[in-house]
Design a protein around this ligand. Structure first.
Ligand SMILES: Cc1cc2nc3c(=O)[nH]c(=O)nc-3n(C[C@H](O)[C@H](O)[C@H](O)COP(=O)(O)OP(=O)(O)OC[C@H]3O[C@@H](n4cnc5c(N)ncnc54)[C@H](O)[C@@H]3O)c2cc1C
Length: 408
């Protein structure tokens, strides 16, 4: 029922300016053909009308995003990886203008007003970007730094920070992790002390994606000395305020094109109105925000895994051992079949959690399980696929270093 309602809302958008933002990438004719076409009964049922959570509109959305990826992003990935940064403002403007940075965000703030299945579809498609860093930075912008603002922020804050982030005019980052507080979010030390109409912020954040380029940060800080789950608040903090310092750009094993920063806050003064929702609710808001982050991350990694399997098949077909292609050895078949089965198991969990989530259910358990499985795989996958090709330049090992395990 909820899925039908989502599709209905989407159809209503067909005549709105938001729909045309992404329709322009595929042409009106091709979309209307898809929307009106009868379900196909042969071929892959999941792409032909019998998908668990996607409609033809989801596939149209994915197809238009794929065009941007192929034209505007993938041709430059190697260069941006080598440079250690991608031009976030330029790429986000392209994605924002087409509606891809806020598919499930409110229409009044530039979003498409669709349900979260569309965000999952976008995350899946972004997995076709030929590196891990850029999709992750896009995810931070669309589904990690902004969900709490969209849900609990004041109209004024949403106008100042959410709208330009969805439109691709401002780059957002998320400041939760600290040197001594990674998985254990409740242990953060960054403090915001109220003085009159302002908070004065001191502390530091670690591993902040897009931290060197961001215009604002969704920052978690302690606003009292109370119990650790009730003493925190989320703030929208402009990165150009006096006292905000980018201490360094962190070098990483992979995900080079995404800049990751260590930040310091030295007596940064921010107006009280920049707090998201209620003071003291920051931990709860952040935990809720993590649900969408987890589902988004799993959707994204699934496509990468699919691509890795396909590239492994192609690569092992070309290389020969014992007078036949590596691929034709039975143990290789067994391994690939096992990996593909794991992908499909995770996909089923993701779709189930997403379907429940858009009906308003708390999916903390399922989303966390999915993220646990998705995040735990990298080491195993690197071992599995790199055993088929150890050269750094091979398409198989190409992905290995970007398969960083990011808890959360
Ligand atoms: C590329 C990248 C981008 C990131 N971007 C952001 C960002 O934009 N914003 C942000 O806030 N954070 C970001 N992070 C941080 C990330 O979300 C995690 O918070 C952080 O990586 C986890 O901290 P940690 O590495 O110190 O591990 P910790 O969580 O501190 O864990 C340290 C060690 O303890 C182990 N461990 C953890 N929990 C337990 C347990 N219960 N029992 C036993 N062992 C345990 C872990 O496996 C690990 O080996 C990013 C991280 C990376 C790698």
């Amino acid at each position: 029922m909820a899925l039908r309602e989502g599709a209905l809302r989407f159809n209503l958008l067909v005549n709105s300016r938001h729909f045309y933002k992404f329709i322009s990438f595929i042409g009106v004719r091709s979309v209307s053909d898809k929307v009106s076409s009868k379900p196909v009964t042969s071929g892959d049922p999941e792409t032909a009308g019998d998908h668990l959570i996607y409609s033809q509109e989801h596939f149209a959305l994915k197809e238009s995003l794929r065009k941007i990826i192929d034209q505007e992003i993938n041709p430059h990935v190697d260069q941006w990886e080598a440079e250690g940064k991608f031009p976030a403002h330029k790429i986000f403007k392209i994605l924002g203008s087409a509606g891809f940075l806020g598919v499930s965000k409110p229409v009044e703030y530039g979003g498409l007003g669709l349900d979260f299945t569309y965000s999952v579809a976008v995350a899946e498609e972004l997995g076709n970007i030929r590196c891990g860093g850029i999709p992750m930075a896009i995810g931070v912008q669309s589904d990690m730094a902004t969900p709490a603002l969209a849900r609990f922020g004041s109209a004024e804050l949403k106008k100042e920070f959410l709208l330009p982030s969805i439109m691709g005019d401002k780059v957002a980052c998320l400041g939760v992790s600290e040197v001594g507080a990674g998985s254990d979010v409740s242990s953060i030390k960054t403090k915001a002390v109220r003085e009159g109409d302002e908070y004065v912020i001191n502390g530091g954040k670690m591993w902040t994606t897009s931290g060197t380029q961001a215009d604002w940060i969704c920052l978690l800080a302690n606003t009292s000395d109370g119990p650790p789950h009730r003493n925190k608040s989320l703030f929208c903090l402009p990165m150009n305020l006096p006292g905000v310092h980018v201490a360094r750009k962190i070098d990483k094993l992979g995900m080079w094109s995404s800049d990751t920063a260590e930040l310091f806050f030295d007596d940064v003064r921010v107006p009280c109105k920049n707090i998201i929702g209620q003071e003291g609710m920051g931990f709860t808001y952040q935990m809720l925000q993590f649900q969408e982050e987890r589902l988004w991350a799993v959707a994204n990694i699934l496509t990468m895994m699919d691509n890795i399997i396909q590239e492994t098949i192609q690569y092992t077909r070309q290389r020969k051992i014992f007078k036949q292609p590596v691929l034709y050895h039975q143990s290789v078949h067994f391994r690939l079949a096992e990996l593909q089965t794991e992908v499909e198991l995770l996909r089923s969990l993701l779709y189930r959690a997403t379907a429940l989530y858009i009906k308003g259910n708390d999916v903390t358990r399922l989303a966390s399980m999915a993220k646990l499985k998705g995040a735990a795989w990298p080491g195993k996958w690197v071992t599995a696929v790199s055993s088929f090709g150890e050269e750094w330049a091979s398409p198989v090992t190409f992905w290995s270093a970007d398969f960083t395990e990011i808890p959360g």
